[in-house]
Design a binder for this molecule. Structure first.
Ligand code: BMA
Length: 943
């Protein structure tokens, strides 16, 4: 398909920048084939694509996610592959220049055009453009594009074997499956991770275009950097909200500019279509490949963009037009954006903060539009091993679950890929802040190689510029766990070389990267490492522009953010074992996916067992550390940790008569432990908002799964919610009531915590029941109701007692149900006129572990109300803990409430949100069942 700009299809007009006098051919619309020596045939291919997907489409291989295909398909990663287009018809000769533009090649690629080798590439995360004018001129037939992809595992092994390549102290680098990932600029988790397989896919993973420019003075837009900030704003200082907005637009292009070009912008409100302003940009600067201009929006007050829960997600379209000196447009780009400031405050605690009771040290929290807020969310890993099948529909479902989960921030963790623009678009619409990272994780990189540094500098510049217009972009972090893990490993393995590696770390992640960020955005903060104690000072003229704090800390002071994993399940609920810091950016524990999700990956009935060889082989925590297909020693460690979590605290599933039901109950039990552990930590961190540490964020590890396997995820592959996602949704509500039971001292405290901006007042009802649902006489000495009043972003203790002094006939036969109700204003409502909203939250506590409770059969009943499309659940004979509604496989969606407590006689109506075409309603609703902690030991419930 060939089209002329100006008559482009609507689809393309919305995604591609356009200009007169150029032909843009989307290479996805050509026919492609895939071939390789490992295959004795040529098969049809998609574009964009990856080899595994095309081989699967062609019936050469099975679903890569089935069974042991992580190991069985290694022949694909070990081979070289070629994507070849059909001859491209209809290209015109009278064009001034012709270019091949690749938005993403994964990874070691050699490109030929009309039989001529054009170039080689080695970075999955860069955009490449190659001039093929001469090759086209010499071409005697319609040209063919072919792209050879070398085997990434083989290529990095060869680099590692080269005596000129960098080496590191032995035992420091972390290998999951394939070794030597640090030598490639390819998704690091493609070589395996502790939650994923190692397919090491190859292919043209993003679109490509053939561009013809008609005349010498004409440009094709490759990339656009739209930077919106407050006048005077600089990345590491709090923006002054009284200053007008500045719009800086910068376009990277192919071709050449006419003399004296100009740039204008139109800013329109996406909702109303109203024009906010039209401007001619000033201070135009040009280079061979970019043009930049700036304007100050004096006297204009566009509506602000806010994250979820803090206000509206107001969006604007900015249309940028480049014109020649005759006022003829030579390029148009339209970007949807928003007006907001987002700032990572790492500055020292001030006297004023000290006077509010905040402990000394340094801040580490985000401020949006000048407001502190509590960041609630999780860590996003690649949603699939194969990006070409990460569709907008799939990501929409994922983001809907994030919003439903009361999350406002995701950390886009290093070592996946820089996210596509459509994913940032979804986050912009939904108000999900994306803390974004450069793709370097858990490794030392060859930063003494100048070609490596040049390569990564281009990668960073391109991506910082590409996504800068998205209001959801919250931060750039240089790396994951290099400072807190890799440098420590060096210190242990080879203390003498430690200063050298600190120097290497700083030369890349500070001296090289920090200016690259600051030069391309003034609106986004930068931190070299995701987990850090922050910095001591920033001096942009110093050789190392940021002096990191590392261990220059003072006891009693708090700094930075925390990363916490403790697989010793005996301290899982010991608050004293949790880190006290300003922000928790990672914490977690793994669990099994549900039976229904396993049913999409396991093929043989005997695989459906907790420690079956296939389940063991798919569990990658602890990672096997190499390519062995039989060594499950490390996996056994992770399986044992999950087992210990269940055995230590929960009734042990024991259904010998039905192994599948037993397996299902075990999977579920691991999810209970996981959810309870996260809940305990999130409550602890949120309470910290009103403690001396002034803790302002918790992002748990991890949001979702890349495939069907045990992991830290709250959302299983396919979208099914684990217990965790429901529990996190509950505990991420704005105003929560939380019990804190110290099982060693017996102390029990109840707190109300709020992340609203203003105060909330109300009361907490506290009711003790025995497990049959009878009220405990005299409420065990606990007041039935306590009033509370809590300030904005704060916490208050509403009740405290020594468990031993409670008048409980039997501590193993008692549950305290907490019900909070309070009135307060939602953030950003018009404070003068808005009425208060009602906030409610329920919680509960037992002063015994679930396994020791004298559970009785709650006599659960569930019925479907067809007219309302809801399920009604009721406990009839006892207290139901962890009441769990379960739905059959083949349905994609979630219950609006789950994992809740019911006392006898209480009824709960629960809706189900269908996220994808459901099977016949009559069919699937019959497959819904309900269970609780009582059933875990033995009641057989089939899914
Ligand atoms: C942290 C993360 C990931 C990892 C997770 C679970 O180390 O940054 O690297 O997957 O913990 O181990």
């Amino acid at each position: 398909m060939l089209f002329r700009a100006g008559t482009v299809s609507t689809l393309l007009a919305s995604t591609l920048p356009v200009a007169l006098g150029q032909y843009v051919r989307d290479l996805s619309s050509e026919d492609w084939t895939l071939s390789g020596r490992a295959l004795n045939q040529t098969v049809p291919a998609q574009f964009p694509s990856q080899v595994h997907l095309d081989l699967w489409n062609a019936g050469i291989i099975d679903d890569p996610y089935l069974g042991l295909n992580d190991f069985n398909l290694r022949w694909i990663a070990d081979a070289n592959w070629t994507y070849t287009s059909d001859p491209i018809e209809g290209l015109l000769d009278d064009y001034d220049s012709t270019w091949l533009v690749f938005d993403g090649l994964d990874t070691f690629a050699t490109i030929s055009f009309c039989g001529q080798q054009i170039a080689s590439t080695d970075n999955q995360f860069r955009q490449y453009a190659f001039d093929v004018s001469e090759a086209l001129g010499a071409c005697e037939a319609d040209p063919v594009v072919s792209i050879d992809f070398g085997s990434a595992p083989n290529i990095v092994d060869a680099i590692a074997d080269d005596p000129n390549s960098q080496t590191w102290p032995s035992g420091v680098q972390i290998t999951y499956e394939y070794p030597n990932r640090w030598f490639m600029r390819k998704e690091q988790s493609d070589f395996g991770w502790d939650w994923g397989p190692a397919f090491a896919p190859a292919g043209p993973w993003k679109p490509a275009y053939l561009v013809q420019l008609e005349k010498t003075e004409g440009i094709y837009v490759l990339n656009t950097d739209l930077d919106i900030y407050r006048r005077g704003q600089i990345n590491y200082l709090p923006p002054d909200q009284s200053q007008p907005w500045v719009v800086n637009a910068s376009i990277d292009f192919l071709g050449s500019l006419p003399s004296n070009p100009s740039i204008s912008i139109d800013v329109t409100d996406v909702d109303s279509g109203a024009l906010l302003t039209s401007r001619i940009l000033e201070n135009i600067t040009t280079s061979d490949s970019s043009i930049t201009g700036i304007t100050i929006l004096d006297d204009l007050t566009p509506k602000l963009w806010w994250p979820q829960g803090l206000g509206d997600q107001n969006l604007y379209n900015v249309t940028i037009t480049v014109e020649d000196n005759q006022k003829q447009p030579i390029a148009h780009v339209s970007k949807r954006t928003g007006f907001r400031t987002i700032f990572l405050n790492q500055r020292n605690i001030t006297e004023a903060q000290r006077a509010q009771g905040i402990a000394p040290g340094a801040n580490w929290h985000f401020e949006v539009n000048g407001h502190e807020f509590y960041a609630k969310g999780s860590n996003l890993i690649p949603p699939d091993c194969f990006w070409p099948r990460v569709t907008e529909d799939k990501m929409t479902r994922l983001f809907d679950a994030v919003v439903a989960g009361n999350q406002n921030m995701l950390r886009v963790w290093s070592s996946g890929a820089y996210l596509h623009d459509f994913i940032y678009d979804l986050a912009d619409e939904r108000g999900i802040l994306l803390w974004s990272e450069f793709q370097f994780s858990d490794a030392l990189y060859p930063s003494s190689s100048s070609s490596f540094l040049e390569n990564v500098a281009a990668e960073i510049t391109y991506n910082v510029r590409r996504v800068n217009h998205h209001p959801s972009l919250a931060l750039w972090a240089g790396s994951n766990e290099i400072e807190v893990l890799m440098l420590l490993l060096v210190q242990e393995a080879d203390p003498a070389s430690y200063p050298y590696y600190v120097g290497e770390y700083e030369s890349m992640f500070i001296t090289l990267f920090l200016p690259l960020v600051y030069e391309n955005t003034r609106s986004i903060s930068y931190t070299p490492s995701s987990t850090t104690n922050g910095y001591l000072s920033i001096n942009l003229s110093a050789p190392i522009p940021m002096a990191e704090r590392y261990d220059n800390t003072t006891p009693g002071s708090y700094y930075g953010d925390t990363d916490h994993y403790n697989y010793d399940t005996s301290v899982a609920f010991d608050y004293g074992s949790y880190p006290v810091g300003r922000f928790a950016n990672e914490f977690g524990f793994h669990s099994m996916p549900s039976l229904q999700t396993w049913q999409t990956a396991l093929t043989d009935p005997q695989d459906f067992a907790f420690n079956s060889s296939v389940v063991m082989a798919r569990n990658h925590h602890d990672p096997v550390g190499g390519l062995s297909t039989t060594n499950t020693t490390n996996s056994a460690i992770g399986m044992a940790q999950m087992t210990m979590g269940v055995l230590s605290y929960y009734p042990v599933p024991n259904i010998p008569a039905d192994p599948t039901a037993n397996f299902s109950a075990w999977c579920h039990a691991t999810q209970l432990f996981q959810a309870d552990m996260y809940k305990a930590q999130i409550q602890f961190y949120r309470r910290g908002s009103g403690m001396p540490e002034r803790q302002l964020g918790s992002l748990y590890w991890q949001l979702e799964d890349i495939w069907q396997a045990p992991s830290w995820a709250g959302l299983e592959y396919g979208g099914r919610w684990k217990v965790l996602h429901h529990v996190a949704r509950d505990i991420y509500q704005p105003v929560i009531v939380s019990p804190f039971w110290n099982y060693t001292t017996g102390s029990l405290e109840v707190y109300v915590t709020s992340d609203l901006w203003d105060g909330v007042s109300g009361s907490v009802n506290m009711t003790w029941f025995d497990l049959q649902g009878n009220a405990i006489p005299d409420n065990a000495g606990t007041p039935r109701q306590m009033p509370f009043s809590v300030g904005g972003l704060n916490t208050t203790r509403v009740y405290g007692t020594d468990g031993a002094s409670l008048n409980l006939p039997d501590q193993n036969d008692a549950v305290l149900v907490l019900e909070m109700e309070g009135m307060g204003k939602r953030p950003n409502s018009d404070q003068a006129t808005a009425s208060e909203s009602r906030f409610t939250h329920s919680n509960y506590v037992t002063l015994a572990w679930p396994k020791d409770l004298r559970l009785v059969d709650p006599g659960l009943e569930v019925r479907y109300q067809r007219d309302r499309g809801t399920f009604v659940v009721r406990a009839t004979t006892g207290v139901s803990l962890y009441t769990w509604l379960d739905y059959p496989k083949g349905v994609v969606g979630y219950f609006e409430d789950n994992a809740f407590v019911l006392v006898p006689g209480e009824e709960k109506e629960v809706g189900f949100v269908v996220q994808d075409d459901p099977p016949d309603e009559g069919e699937w609703v019959r497959g819904v069942n309900v269970r609780s902690l009582w059933d875990q030991k033995g009641t057989v419930i089939h899914s």
